[in-house]
Design a protein around this ligand. Structure first.
Ligand code: ACO
Length: 436
């Protein structure tokens, strides 16, 4: 970051001396006011619940321009990565800062492929869960559990350990997600098949059985790969910030990523794709297209507590560029599967049309986000709704680990420790129980 000529001055109406704070510029995007010395100089904290105006770190990985609807990984527009690269290119890019050349890609593919199997003992760990457990509960446990299986890559301060942990996490997440699915439906686990590519291997582990040959459909493989690319990173979102905060204590990389998985589960974050599909199914049950208007009235009624899931974003105040790409993929997949007349897709299109024209959404700059379409694509592929967020976690692992590594390599890295404005009772005396 570069020190700007601009400076910020904070003055107080009670006559306390004003203070000057440095301003830093990044390569693009808003400047930041450096408030690190504020407490030392004034005895005051800043107050920003939800981090609406707070940059918690400097980063070189992902840039979002929410007003333009632009998303760049290491400077490359998401549209180019989604059409010219695959998920392995994207992982390499996020981790290393550059796209791989042909040899580097071959080596990286080989490296990831060599780590796709999980320790056999993890099967027994998985068997401890109830079969009706939510896959995100299982995944949080399994990812955290990796720290109990891979002791040679748990020192977060050691770059070599972090590198091995990164490869293991990226390589094994598809295996774990597929194992969680197979366990739930009572089918045997399918071992990874390293002749397949990353997305193809995942489809194979999900849908093959030992009794018959499974042929990967290239359209579905490409669609899944695109889902992975689009979800790989999204700068300092809730789960990524959780991974950074968790990792900042010096815990091991598997534990930090498990914290990210847990955070992603929430319906305001990664759980939105599941919530969105459930919403579409609910409207369908209520009467489908005929009920869209009624549903939208509920969404606009603040007292109803109903939100249009898959719409709105903290950062995008324009069309989410990932939603556009996902809409394209959605059409391809539905066509491939002969589901062009899929009622849920039609419902989604009708909701989108109303929302894009309705003043409630227009005035609040609420546009479809990536989850609006990704659920329909995954459902068409045959992925059960409650596994959607697990797929998101699988894809986001590369971003989480790249962000974690960046934080650990930052000379300004410190344990994350927010402050508070205390509004509770001041010191008081405990009375004897008879007097309370
Ligand atoms: N449906 C209806 N109204 C909405 C929606 C929605 N989906 N999203 C925001 N609003 C309204 C709010 O009621 C608020 O209205 P007001 O100004 O009259 O009070 C205004 O738009 C701003 O909303 P906030 O909640 O303040 O916006 P915030 O940035 O905090 O929330 C969020 C962003 C959580 C994504 C929100 O838009 C939402 O809940 N969307 C639905 C869930 C979703 O799709 N999440 C996925 C996020 S993307 C991802 O994780 C991949």
């Amino acid at each position: 970051m570069k020190l700007s000529d601009n400076k910020a001055t904070l003055s107080f109406s009670d006559g306390s001396p004003s203070i000057e704070m440095p301003v830093y510029s990044g390569s693009v995007g808003p400047d930041v006011v450096d408030i690190r010395k504020l407490y030392g100089q004034t005895g005051m904290f800043t107050y920003d619940p939800g981090f609406l105006s707070t940059a918690a770190c400097q980063s070189t990985i992902t840039y979002i321009d929410g007003d333009k609807g632009e998303l760049l990984y290491r400077g490359y527009p998401i549209e180019q990565l989604a059409t010219k690269c695959d998920y392995m290119d994207t992982c390499y890019l996020l981790l290393n800062g550059e796209l791989p050349n042909a040899q580097q890609k071959k080596d990286f593919d080989y490296l990831v492929t060599s780590h796709t199997m999980v320790n056999e003992q993890m099967q027994y760990f998985l068997r401890g869960f109830r079969r009706d457990a939510h896959p995100m509960a299982v995944l949080t446990g399994l990812v955290g559990g990796m720290s109990a299986f891979y002791h040679d890559s748990t020192d977060i301060t050691n770059p070599e350990h972090r590198h091995i942990a990164a490869i293991r996490l990226i390589a094994k997440m598809p295996t774990l997600v597929a194992m969680a699915y197979k366990y739930k439906i009572g089918q045997p686990y399918i071992y990874p098949k390293n002749s397949l590519n990353y997305a193809g291997n995942f489809l194979h582990m999900m849908f093959a059985t030992p009794c018959e040959e499974y042929k990967v459909n290239p359209v579905l493989e490409r669609a899944l790969d695109r889902i992975f690319i689009l979800h790989a990173d999204h700068e300092q979102n809730a789960s990524t910030s959780t991974v950074r905060l968790c990792g900042s204590s010096g815990t091991n990389p598997f534990a930090a990523i498990a914290a990210g998985v847990a955070c992603l589960w929430g319906p305001a974050h990664g759980g939105a794709n599941e919530a969105c599909l459930n919403m579409l199914e609910d409207i369908q049950r209520m009467g489908g297209l005929a009920k869209v208007g009624e549903f939208m009235e509920q969404v606009k009624d603040k007292n109803s507590g109903v939100r249009l899931m898959g719409f709105g974003h903290r950062v995008y105040k324009n069309y989410d560029p990932r939603a556009k790409l996902m809409q394209e993929t959605c059409k391809e997949v539905l066509q491939e599967m002969g589901l062009e007349n899929d009622p849920l897709f039609k419902l989604a299109m009708a909701l989108e049309k109303i929302a894009l024209e309705d003043d409630y959404f227009v005035s609040r700059k609420l546009y479809p986000n990536v989850d609006f379409y990704s659920g329909i694509v995954q459902r068409a592929i045959g992925i059960p709704v409650n596994l959607f967020t697990g797929i998101f976690a699988l894809a986001r692992t590369s971003g989480w680990i790249a962000q974690l590594n960046e934080m650990m390599g930052d000379p300004e890295y410190k344990i994350g420790r927010p402050r508070q404005l205390f509004t509770g009772p001041v010191a008081r005396t405990v009375k004897a129980i008879a007097d309370r």
